[in-house]
Design a protein around this ligand. Structure first.
Ligand SMILES: [Zn+2]
Length: 166
């Protein structure tokens, strides 16, 4: 993937996404919380730490929940494909992505999100999302995301709405 000039705000959003995913995974491991409860608790803790505002935490938490829902929607296809897409060749380096950690954390996670996520979810430029393939709804151009990123405009037609696959 071509490296664009680092954008502090973008890096901060991506960092927060990873942080929320990591903390939510830990919370899920600790006890019998639902994903929503774990995400809320993670957001509360992180915003209480002062590094990020509650508004930031809620915005990024919504992206993370959306990604989980989208993963759940794809569950019937194949769980392994999704997990592999979430951690492309990074396990060896010990750099498991936040989403992949969440997926591995609880066996119930995928069935929980699968049950409530049936409609196709749109992804928009400026949102943060986990690795996968985004397809431009306007022109069909595919963008392969190898890491958690803030979504750029379509490189082909510059539109801003995408579907996601793995
Ligand atoms: Zn396009």
């Amino acid at each position: 993937m071509s490296e664009e000039k680092p954008n502090p705000e973008q890096n901060e959003d991506v960092h927060l996404y990873q942080k929320l995913a990591d903390r939510a995974a830990e919370i899920l491991q600790e006890g019998r919380k639902t994903i929503d409860e774990a995400l809320k608790k993670a957001g509360d803790e992180i915003s209480a730490g002062g590094e990020f505002t509650r508004e930031q935490a809620e915005k990024i938490s919504a992206y993370l929940r959306r990604d989980l829902n989208e993963v759940g929607r794809k569950l019937k296809q194949t769980r392994d494909t999704v997990i592999n897409a979430a951690e492309p060749h990074r396990l060896a380096a010990g750099m498991q992505s936040g989403l992949a950690k969440l997926l591995h954390t609880a066996a119930d996670v995928l069935s929980e999100v699968a049950s409530r996520s049936e409609k196709v979810i749109e992804f928009h430029t400026g949102e943060v999302t986990s690795p996968g393939t985004l397809t431009c709804k306007a022109c069909g151009k595919e963008m392969s995301l190898k890491a958690t990123v803030r979504i750029p405009p379509c490189p082909s037609c510059h539109k801003t709405v995408f579907r996601k696959s793995y």
